[in-house]
Design a protein around this ligand. Structure first.
Ligand code: PGA
Length: 244
């Protein structure tokens, strides 16, 4: 944990505000920066804060470019539970970012392998990810990189575990509607980001937070690889940090 910076705050809102400080600094230093973004419940306070800061004039998204971590396989971009739609509703529609500067993997590609390769190419053409936002799944997944025997390098298709489908069923009418597969950046894609901020909130994440940052680096806990990244800030609320 030599290079890893851990910040513990009281509430998810405070975690969002601390993460927004990092975003604000990166955007101020490089207005055309490439931000890696995430979906789920964890980033919502951050996105609310970023919207408020653009309205207040301290952040400007007009030149920012974004790449999202993942997307469900089989969902149209306008499906209520697609991650493209999530990003539009929770961030993009409320800030000055240009739609053509936002990338989310296509959930219905004609050729999945070609789509994944093109996604990697876009990140490279844009000069790499300046700041990657992450949250963590209960099984230690980052993006949709589930526990495996190896760390996947590149954007690829994954089968979702039952634990992940179970955790995400709250957004769907029933578990049967939760897609069984998804496209995700690889662990290699994420590790190439110049800077990483991981937000972890809630008592239900305390065990996996301990495993990821105090346990061995192993693909069985994909987030544990962050111990090897040179610039990671983990922002936890007290509940998630309880076992550290
Ligand atoms: P959550 O999801 O933010 O909704 O808890 C995290 C994840 O599954 O990566």
């Amino acid at each position: 944990m030599k290079r890893l910076k851990m910040i513990v705050v009281n509430t998810p809102e405070e975690a969002g505000a601390r993460a927004a400080d990092v975003f604000e600094a990166v955007i101020a230093a490089k207005p055309e920066c490439v931000l890696g973004l995430a979906t789920g419940t964890t980033p919502l306070p951050l996105y609310r804060e970023l919207i408020a800061r653009e309205k207040a004039g301290t952040i400007r998204f007009a030149e920012v470019r974004t790449v999202n971590l993942d997307e469900y396989k089989g969902l149209q971009p306008n499906h209520p539970q697609s991650y493209r739609r999530f990003m539009q509703e929770h961030l993009f529609d409320h800030v000055s970012i240009k739609t053509e500067n936002t990338c989310v993997p296509c959930g219905l590609p004609e050729n999945p392998d070609a789509m994944c390769a093109a996604y990697e190419d876009t990140i490279e053409r844009w000069g790499g990810i300046d700041l990657q936002l992450l949250s963590i799944g209960h099984d230690g997944h980052v993006g949709f990189n589930e526990p495996e025997d190896t760390f996947p390098m590149y954007t690829h298709e994954v089968q979702l575990t039952e634990m992940t489908r179970e955790a995400n069923k709250r957004f769907f009418d029933s578990i049967d509607e939760v897609p069984t597969a998804a496209f995700t950046m690889g662990i290699g894609t994420i590790m190439k980001a110049r800077k990483i901020v991981m937000i972890i909130t809630g008592a239900d994440k305390a065990d996996i937070t301990y495993a990821a940052f105090c346990g061995p680096v192993t693909p069985k806990v994909p987030a544990s690889i962050l111990q090897f990244h040179p610039d990671v800030t983990v922002i936890c609320d007290k509940a998630a940090a309880a076992k550290l």
